[in-house]
Design a binder for this molecule. Structure first.
Ligand code: ADP
Length: 498
C-alpha cells in the first residue's frame, strides 16, 4: 500500500531533492578524494626533491671546505650554496660547538649533535633529521683535527604553505561543486522531473474521467515521450470504452423499457378492455408474448457477451463437418423463401471439417446469415459460400445491401446498435449479434473481416482452420491397437528368431 500524508499527498522524497543530494555527494566525494591523493603525492614529491637537493649541496660543500677555510670564506660558501641550491648549512663539532656559523641562527646544536651521534653509530654515510619545520641532511667530516658534522638544511615551510593553499582550494572547490550540483539537478529537473510531473498531472485528470487533455509527445527524453504516447493511447481507448459503455447502458435501458411499457400497456388493456373479446385478447396477448421474447433474446445476448468476455468462447471443442453445419443453418432461413421472397444461395464445398465449439460456431453462422438477410438489397438475395482457400476454410456471406461505410468497419463489431424500428427486418436482432460473433471468433483465434462497398453490398468472411475428418480421427484411433499388436508381434518374432 502506498503511504499517504494527511492531506492525501504521497510520501517519499521529491526527485529534485534526491537528485540534488546525489549530485552534491558525488561532487564532494570526488573533490575530497582528489585533494587527499594530491596532497599525498605533492608531499612525497617535494620531500624527495628536497632530499636530492640537500645531498647535492652537501657534496658540493664538502668538496669546497678544506682545512684552511676561514670563517669569512665559509660564510661565502654557505651563501653560494643557498644561491645555487636554496639550502642553508653549518658545521658543528660532535659535542655541539658551532664551527661555521649558521645563517639561520640555529641555537640547539648540543641536542642536534647528540641526535647525530646516535644516528651515525651504525656507520652510515649520512643522516636525515627533522627539527621543527626544518629538514637536516648531515654528513660526518673532520675539521681542524676535530670530528664534525656538516649539516645542510632546508625549511619545509613552503610545503606547509602549499598544503594550506591546496586545502583552501579544495574548500572552494567543494563549494563550487555544491553550487554546480544545484545547477545540474535544476537542469535534470527541467528535463525529467517537470515533464514527469506534467504527465502525472494529466494522468490524474484522466483518472478523474476528463478525456479532453491529450498527452504531449515532444519532451526531451524518449522514454517520457513513449510513456506519454502510451497514456494518450490509453486515454483514447478508455474514452471510447466509456462512451460505448454509456451508449450500451442507454440503449439497453431503452430496449428494456420499450417492451416493458408495451407489456404493461397490453396487460392493462386485456384487464380493462379486451378481457371478454377473445379475438382482441389473443392479439394483445400475442404482443405481450412477442415483447417478452424480445426481452428474453436481449437478456440471453447480454449473458452471452458477458460469458464471452469471461473467456467461455472456445470451450468444449469437437471435430465436426462445417459444410453440413453451414447447410443446416442456411436451411433455417428457408421459411423466408416462401413468406418474404428471400433467396439464400449456398455454394459449399463438401466434407470440410473443423475443430471448434459447435454451438458457438452455429451462432456465428446464424448471426452473419441473419444480418445479410436483414440488410440485403431489393433483390433479396444472399449468397453463402464455403471453400478451401490456401491452408484455411473460408466462409463468406455476400449480400447486395447498402453496405457499410469504410470508417465504420473497424468499430461495427463493438458497437451496440439499437434495433432500428424504422428498418423493417425479417430476422429479429438485438444489436449485439456482431459483438457476439467477434467474441466467439477471437476466442477460437479465427481471422475474420468485412469487405464492403457502399451501395453495393457487403461480404462478411471468416477463415476457419481445417481439422482432420472425424472418421479419420476415429479410424486412426481404431487402427492404433491393431498397429500396436502388429508391432508387438513383430517384436516377438524377431526375439524368437534371435
Ligand atoms: P443487429 O441486431 O442490429 O443486426 P448486429 O450486431 O448484428 O446487430 O449488427 C450491428 C449493425 O451492423 C447493424 O445494426 C447494421 O447497422 C450493421 N450490419 C450488420 N450486418 C450488416 C450487413 N450485412 N450489411 C450492412 N450493415 C450491416
Amino acid at each position: 500500500m502506498v503511504k499517504r500524508k494527511k492531506n492525501g499527498a504521497k510520501t517519499g522524497r521529491s526527485l529534485n531533492l534526491v537528485l540534488w543530494f546525489c549530485f552534491s555527494l558525488f561532487a564532494i566525494v570526488v573533490v575530497l578524494v582528489f585533494t587527499v591523493v594530491q596532497n599525498a603525492l605533492v608531499d612525497r614529491h617535494y620531500r624527495k626533491k628536497t632530499m636530492e637537493r640537500l645531498g647535492t649541496a652537501s657534496t658540493w660543500l664538502l668538496g669546497s671546505i678544506g682545512p684552511n677555510t676561514g670563517e669569512q670564506e665559509a660564510v661565502n660558501l654557505i651563501v653560494d650554496a643557498y644561491k645555487s641550491y636554496g639550502v642553508s648549512g653549518y658545521l658543528i663539532t660532535s659535542d655541539g660547538q658551532s664551527v661555521f656559523p649558521d645563517l639561520t641562527d640555529q641555537k640547539s646544536y648540543p641536542a642536534l649533535a647528540e641526535t647525530l651521534n646516535k644516528a651515525f653509530l651504525n656507520g652510515d654515510q649520512s643522516a636525515v633529521v627533522s627539527l621543527g619545520n626544518t629538514l637536516i641532511y648531515a654528513v660526518e667530516t673532520s675539521f681542524g683535527g676535530q670530528n664534525c658534522y656538516l649539516c645542510v638544511t632546508k625549511s619545509l615551510e613552503s610545503l606547509n604553505d602549499l598544503e594550506e593553499g591546496m586545502g583552501l582550494i579544495s574548500f572552494v572547490m567543494v563549494l563550487v561543486a555544491i553550487v554546480l550540483s544545484f545547477a545540474a539537478s535544476g537542469l535534470v529537473a527541467v528535463l525529467i522531473t517537470k515533464p514527469v510531473n506534467e504527465v502525472t498531472e494529466r494522468a490524474k485528470q484522466l483518472a478523474r474521467g476528463d478525456y479532453s487533455l491529450d498527452f504531449k509527445e515532444n519532451y526531451f527524453c524518449r522514454e517520457i515521450n513513449e510513456l506519454s504516447e502510451a497514456l494518450d493511447h490509453a486515454r483514447v481507448e478508455i474514452s471510447k470504452a466509456d462512451k460505448m459503455q454509456q451508449e450500451v447502458i442507454a440503449n439497453v435501458s431503452h430496449d428494456f423499457k420499450t417492451p416493458l411499457t408495451m407489456i404493461k400497456a397490453y396487460a392493462s388493456m386485456i384487464r380493462e378492455i379486451s378481457g371478454d373479446d377473445k379475438e382482441k385478447r389473443d392479439a394483445h396477448a400475442k404482443i405481450i408474448i412477442d415483447e417478452s421474447d424480445r426481452l428474453t433474446a436481449l437478456v440471453l445476448d447480454l449473458l452471452d457477451i458477458s460469458k464471452l468476455r469471461a473467456g467461455f468462447g472456445a470451450d468444449e471443442r469437437t471435430v465436426f463437418n462445417l459444410s453440413e453445419e453451414v447447410y443446416r443453418v442456411a436451411e433455417r432461413f428457408d421459411y423466408l423463401k416462401d413468406t418474404a421472397g428471400y433467396q439464400i444461395e449456398t455454394e459449399v464445398e463438401s466434407d470440410l471439417y473443423i475443430s471448434a465449439n459447435r454451438a458457438r460456431t452455429e451462432q456465428v453462422l446464424y448471426n452473419l446469415i441473419g444480418n445479410a438477410v436483414n440488410y440485403t438489397g431489393q433483390d433479396k438475395k444472399v449468397k453463402v459460400r464455403l471453400f478451401v482457400k490456401g491452408q484455411n476454410l473460408r466462409f463468406e456471406v455476400v449480400d447486395s445491401g447498402v453496405g457499410i461505410k469504410q470508417e465504420e468497419i473497424p468499430t461495427i463489431w463493438d458497437r451496440y446498435y439499437r434495433s432500428s424500428e424504422t428498418h423493417k427486418r425479417p430476422v429479429k436482432g438485438t444489436g449485439l449479434g456482431l459483438s457476439i460473433v467477434k467474441g466467439i471468433l477471437e476466442a477460437h483465434g479465427y481471422p475474420f473481416g468485412i469487405e464492403s462497398k457502399e451501395g453495393k453490398g457487403s461480404v462478411f468472411w471468416v477463415e476457419f482452420f481445417p481439422a482432420p475428418k472425424e472418421e479419420d480421427v476415429e479410424n486412426e484411433r481404431a487402427e492404433e491397437p491393431v498397429k500396436k499388436k502388429k508391432k508387438e508381434k513383430k517384436k516377438d518374432s524377431s526375439e524368437g528368431e534371435g
